[in-house]
Design a protein around this ligand. Structure first.
Ligand code: PLP
Length: 386
C-alpha cells in the first residue's frame, strides 16, 4: 500500500461510525461488554479490544495502524511524548547491570536517561562516534544489550550506517533502537535495514502544526506486546484521544509538508552556501556533507532542518543576527508550518542543556512554508546587521 493510501484509508472502519469520513474522537476512558464471558474473552486481547483508555482507545488505534504501516513494522504504540516512547523502548531493552552503546550527542533528554538516570540501576553507557562501525564493534562488552542510534541527529546531523549497525547487532544478540524523528517515516525507514525499534517525537513532523506533544514507537508484534504489558501500561505515558485525533489530522498532509519544506530548504541553502558570512552548513543532502553518500543511500529526503556556523566575532553578533531575522521565531522544536531558529549560545549557562561540544557560532534553523525568496531576503538583511 502506498503512503497516501495508508494515510487516507488504513485503519478507518467508517461503517462502525455512521460512515463518517473522519474518525470520531472516542473521548471515553472505559468500554463495556455484553456479558461477563464477553468481558473475560476480550481481556485476553487487551492490545486489540478497547477496555480502558490507558491501554487501547479506538481513535489511538487508527493512528497506531497507520504509523506501523508507514514505518513498515508489524505494530506501533503511541505515547504522550517522544521522550516517553524512547524511555519505554530503552527500559524494555535492558536490565540492571547491562551495558548500552549510544551515539554521541543524542537528543538532550535521551542523553539524560542513558547518561545519568539509568546509573541508579547500574546500567553503564558508552557514548561513541557513530559515524564508524568500528567504534560500535570496539565498544561491545560481554553485557552489552543495546545499541542506541539517532540518524541523523537533530543538531549537526551525523549519520550511522543502519544496515551495518543492525548486522553487527544481530550477530552479537544486541537490540537496536533508532530515533527517526529527523526523517519521519516518509524519508527513512530504519526497520528496512534490520533496526528493531524505531522511535519518533511526533511533536515534530508527524503532528506538524506545533500544537501537540506526542511520541511513537514501532517494532515487531512480539516487542510491542512486551512493551505494552510492561512499560506502556505501568508508566502510563499515554496520548489523549483528542491529541491522537490531531495527529491523524496532521498525518493526512505529512508527505506534502515535508516535501515542501525540503524543496524550500534546498533553495535557501543553495543561496547561503555562497554567502561570505557563512562558514559552515550542516545538512545531510549538501554536496559538501561528509556522509552525503550514506545519506543518499538510506534517506529519501531531508526536510527543513539544518544548522550553520556564521562568521561572527562574538556571541553578541550571533544574537544580533538571530534577533534581526523577521520571519523566524526563536523557539525549540521543528516540523511545523513556521520557520524557527535556535542558537547554541543560548544553552551555555543552562543546567539541563549545556552542550560544550558545540560551537558558539552554531545556529539551528527550521524552514517552514514561507516562500524561499522571503527567507533568503530575510537572511540577507540580517547578515547586513553584523
Ligand atoms: C524533540 C525530540 C525528542 C523528544 O520528543 P518529545 O516529543 O519532545 O518528548 C526526541 N528525539 C529528538 C531527535 C527530538 O528532536
Amino acid at each position: 500500500m502506498d503512503n497516501q493510501n495508508i494515510i487516507n484509508h488504513l485503519g478507518e472502519n467508517r461503517a462502525d461510525y455512521e460512515n463518517s469520513v473522519v474518525p470520531p474522537i472516542y473521548q471515553s476512558s472505559i468500554f463495556c461488554f455484553d456479558s461477563v464471558d464477553d468481558l473475560r474473552q476480550n481481556l485476553k486481547r487487551e492490545l486489540e479490544v478497547p477496555f480502558y483508555t490507558r491501554g487501547v482507545n479506538p481513535t489511538v488505534t487508527t493512528l497506531r495502524r497507520k504509523i506501523a504501516a508507514l514505518e513498515k513494522t508489524e505494530d506501533a504504540l503511541i505515547f504522550g511524548s517522544g521522550s516517553g516512547a524512547i524511555a519505554a523502548a530503552v527500559m524494555n531493552s535492558i536490565q540492571a547491570g547491562d551495558h548500552v552503546v549510544c551515539v554521541q550527542k543524542p537528543y538532550s533528554w535521551t542523553g539524560k536517561l542513558l547518561g545519568n538516570y539509568l546509573s541508579k540501576y547500574k546500567v553503564e553507557v558508552s557514548f561513541i562516534d557513530g559515524k564508524s562501525i568500528d567504534n560500535f564493534e570496539n565498544a561491545i562488552q560481554p553485557n552489552t544489550k543495546l545499541f542506541y542510534l539517532e540518524t541523523p541527529n537533530s543538531v549537526t546531523f551525523e549519520l550511522q550506517d543502519l544496515r551495518a549497525v543492525a548486522e553487527l547487532a544481530k550477530k552479537k544478540g544486541i537490540r537496536t533502537i533508532c530515533d527517526n524523528s529527523y526523517s519521519s517515516p516518509i524519508y527513512q525507514n530504519p526497520s528496512e535495514y534490520g533496526i528493531d525499534i524505531v522511535c519518533h517525537s511526533a511533536s515534530k513532523y508527524i503532528g506538524g502544526h506545533s500544537d501537540v506533544v506526542a511520541g511513537i514507537l514501532c517494532a515487531s508484534s512480539e516487542v510491542v506486546n512486551s512493551i505494552f504489558a510492561n512499560e506502556f501500561m505501568t508508566i502510563g505515558s499515554i496520548i489523549s484521544p483528542n491529541d491522537a485525533w490531531l495527529l491523524l489530522r496532521g498525518l493526512r498532509t505529512l508527505p506534502m509538508r515535508i516535501k515542501q519544506s525540503h524543496e524550500t530548504t534546498v533553495k535557501v541553502i543553495d543561496w547561503l552556501s555562497s554567502h561570505p558570512k557563512v562558514e559552515k552548513i550542516n545538512y545531510p543532502f549538501l554536496e559538501s556533507f561528509p556522509q552525503l553518500e550514506l545519506a543518499k543511500k538510506q534517506m529519501r529526503g531531508c526536510g527543513g532542518l539544518f544548522s550553520m556556523e556564521i562568521n561572527a566575532n562574538s556571541i553578541e553578533e550571533i544574537e544580533t543576527f538571530c534577533n534581526s531575522l523577521n520571519h523566524f521565531l526563536i523557539a525549540c522544536s521543528w516540523g511545523g508550518y513556521e520557520s524557527l531558529l535556535f542558537p547554541t549560545c543560548a544553552l551555555f549557562d543552562s543546567a539541563n542543556y549545556n552542550q560544550t561540544a558545540l560551537s558558539w557560532k552554531l545556529i539551528r534553523f527550521y524552514i517552514g512554508f514561507e516562500d524561499h525568496q522571503i527567507i533568503i531576503d530575510d537572511f540577507s538583511q540580517a547578515f547586513n546587521k553584523i
